[in-house]
Design a protein around this ligand. Sequence first.
Ligand code: SDX
Length: 428
Amino acid sequence: MSKIATLEIDGNKYEFPIIEGTEKEFGIDIKTLRNVTGGVTTIDPGYKNTGSCESGITFLDGEKGILRYCGYTIEELAEKADFLEVAYLLIFGELPTTEQLTKFDEDIKEESHVDEDMKKILDGFPKSAHPMGVLSSLTSALIAFNPDSVDVDSEEAMYDAIVKVLAKFPVLAAWTMRKRKSLPLDYGDNSLGYVENLHKMMFSRPNKTYEANQIVNNALDKLLILHADHEQNCSTSTVRIVGSSHAGLYASLSAGISALWGPLHGGANQAVIEMLEAIKADGGDTAKYIEKAKDKNDSFRLMGFGHRVYKNFDPRAKIIKVAAEEVLADLGIEDPVLDIAKGLAKVALEDEYFVKRKLYPNVDFYSGIIYRALGIPTEMFTVMFALGRLPGWIAQWREMRLRKEPIGRPRQIYIGETERPFKSISER
Ligand code: SDX
């Protein structure tokens, strides 16, 4: 690949360096474009062809279905690591030693209390409030109780802020679920591991002894790992651009939660189950829904299908599909919705419309089936996605701040009215 890209406009030639990443990705560095061309910019709605940054955290290859965190494959991490190890890896760039992991775990536990006054904010929400809206608000509210902004030049201050949010976020997520169920809040148990404790805070009952289920905790741990980071997706880009104004970590994460909520992004896992339930209620007529998804006059999309980057298969979906079958078998659950999902995927993957557009099941297509088997309410599915994505958001925010990236401020091409004189109201 050449090291220089040449652009010709009106007979004038402009050269721009081509940068190469460690995985043979190439990007035209257009930092000087507007200046050297006298104001010409690029336009790329949805940034489908535009790189926002250089990053050393996650690598995706959409054609080959590759996903690696700091060089480790998602397949190996899902099989051999636990979520807290993966969180450490994403944030600090290396898998932790035993000492580092023990300290990380202990430091997080030390910070896992949430200010009692946060309960007053939670109580302000109606039970019907969507958990993602509640969680985004509670995350932002953490600023009020942890007002010191992060001194990003201090490794210690950055570490403390990271540990605090990793500690408090699962508590807020669990409290959000319990509020909807009119259950007393659970403060967790520091004798449990990170994921076990999350499950306990979500599912404990005041009138019976909580019993951990290893199958459930292993499945939850694997799901959180699979959702932990995914380079510059919509919500991560949101966390980065909000953080680029030097807004704090909690404010940036709160914005990321809101971006993830959308049904085209993390909200798809809830939408998938609602779609599968609708198909089941409609007699399991998958062909009808495939036709609806193909009909340009119908706004219906096959939720959990398609991906901006993966044009072959989403490696996470492959792992989650197998895990869904294993978890349902281990728990002795028969869920007809899994059969509908597999039937839908089979038909779609043989249909010209989906094949031509390279639409395959993505991370959201099967995850809801496991969440359901674990007893997690549908409206909490995207909160589970956020719990998994938290270390990725933190890692990307930290990288952006440490690299001192400039404030994000895209340009535009104006297509509105040209200059015109003011009209008094009597003339309008
Ligand atoms: C996530 O970016 C990430 O990494 C995200 C994520 C992460 O880990 O952070 O992987 C998590 O968000 C996964 C995606 C979850 N969303 C869904 O499952 C919602 C359904 N899928 C889509 O809406 C869509 O596929 C997107 C949003 C995922 C990707 O959209 P793109 O890349 O902008 O593609 P597009 O909308 O331009 O679609 C290209 C064509 C269009 O048809 P034509 O105009 O070419 O005729 O494919 C069609 C689309 O209409 N299409 C679909 C479809 N997805 C795309 N048609 C029917 N059903 C679908 N699901």
